[in-house]
Design a protein around this ligand. Structure first.
Ligand code: SAM
Ligand code: SF4
Length: 326
């Protein structure tokens, strides 16, 4: 089992399938993009499946595919199909910007994908263009519809609010999701942008988000967060809920059960970790199952108690969110 020094059991693995993306969200990437990983450094399909298989053998039960943009990974459907055949079969989900999902949703569901999170920060075309630097809102909306009709339920929507850009849209995003039966979760912006432009004083906090939502809806705290990063509230008495992932103002590190594998095969025990453990090197050197398992175990063992964003010595990780796998 993957247990750290603080007794936290790790059952949730986030797997980045690529560091590339077809959007340039302001809180994530610069307009010109990034220096992408050389192709030979990215894990092959076989390597991804083998690494996840070892993690599943160590108690991982939830596998979330992410990136970069996972939908642009060649061979994605095949990877999902193979992961769904692992024993015990992990629960398979994906976080995506939704572009291309209209075409792939049914195929992904048939391959074994169980659930999907689509990122959507605005319903306004101009604002979408300003925020992501691409005119692709219609593709995302089509992707959401396809996901819901393909049975990738419940469809979850992730939204990041930026002051002066889309923060006024919180209630509109909630209404959009309520009407369609999507579960909306707001994520506080974290210091994980490639540009290192994050400014705590500018961040839209969970408290502000809740203030905006309560102007138009009644929110009742929903107990029982478990290891989920989202605190949830019943909307207008329920059963619909809205979540807020307040990684900065209300950290949930004490209950963290997550581990990450980057597209180039590095194990990270935290989004904010400053060290990585090289699994790719072992995979390519013909390592045995137990050698791979040992590297995963020691990566988890070295996890720190918390992300330390509030610590004066905090340093933003060298890799941005898109390269780590959000
Ligand atoms: N491209 C996919 C997407 O956007 O859903 C998957 C990767 S993206 C890095 C995963 C999630 O991280 C998205 O919901 C995105 O909004 C969020 N994200 C990216 N940068 C962030 C930041 N600096 N703070 C908080 N969330 C961030
Ligand atoms: Fe791409 Fe996702 Fe980053 Fe936006 S948040 S630039 S969609 S990786």
């Amino acid at each position: 089992m993957l247990v750290d020094r603080f007794g936290r059991l790790h059952t949730d693995l986030r797997v980045s399938l690529t560091d590339k993306c077809n959007l340039r969200c302001a809180y994530c990437m610069p307009a010109e993009g990034l220096a992408w990983l050389p192709r030979q450094e990215v894990l092959t399909d076989d390597e991804v499946v083998r690494a996840v298989g070892v993690a599943v053998g160590l108690g991982v039960r939830e596998v979330r595919l992410t990136g970069g943009e996972p939908l642009i990974r060649p061979g994605l459907v095949g990877i999902v199909r193979r992961l769904a055949k692992l024993t015990p079969r992990p629960h398979l989900s994906m976080t995506t910007n939704g572009i291309g999902l209209a075409v792939l949703a049914a195929e992904l569901a048939a391959a074994g994908l169980d659930r999907i999170n689509v990122s959507l920060d605005t319903l306004d075309r101009e604002r979408f263009l300003a925020l992501t630097r691409r005119d692709r809102l219609a593709d995302v909306l089509a992707g959401l519809t396809a996901a819901a009709s393909s049975g990738l339920a419940p469809v979850k929507v992730n939204a990041v609010l930026m002051r002066g850009l889309n923060d006024v849209e919180a209630p509109a995003l909630l209404d959009f999701c309520l009407h369609r039966g999507y579960q909306l979760r707001f994520i506080e912006q974290m210091p994980l942008d490639a540009q290192h432009a994050w400014d705590r004083t500018q961040m839209v906090t969970a408290e502000e988000i809740l203030d905006r939502l309560t102007a138009t809806h009644t929110l009742t705290p929903n107990e029982g967060r478990g290891s989920s990063p989202a605190e949830t509230w019943l909307v207008d008495g329920g059963p619909a809920r809205v979540g807020v992932i307040a990684s900065v103002t209300r950290p949930f590190c004490a209950a963290c059960d997550r581990l990450r594998l980057t597209a180039d095969g590095q194990v990270r025990n935290c989004l904010f970790a400053r060290e990585e453990s090289d699994l790719r090197e072992l995979l390519r050197a013909g390592a045995s199952e137990s050698e791979l398992a040992e590297r995963l175990r020691s990566a988890v063992a070295g996890k720190r108690a918390g992300h330390g964003i509030d610590d004066p010595t905090f340093l933003q990780p060298a890799r941005p969110m898109s390269a780590i796998g959000g």
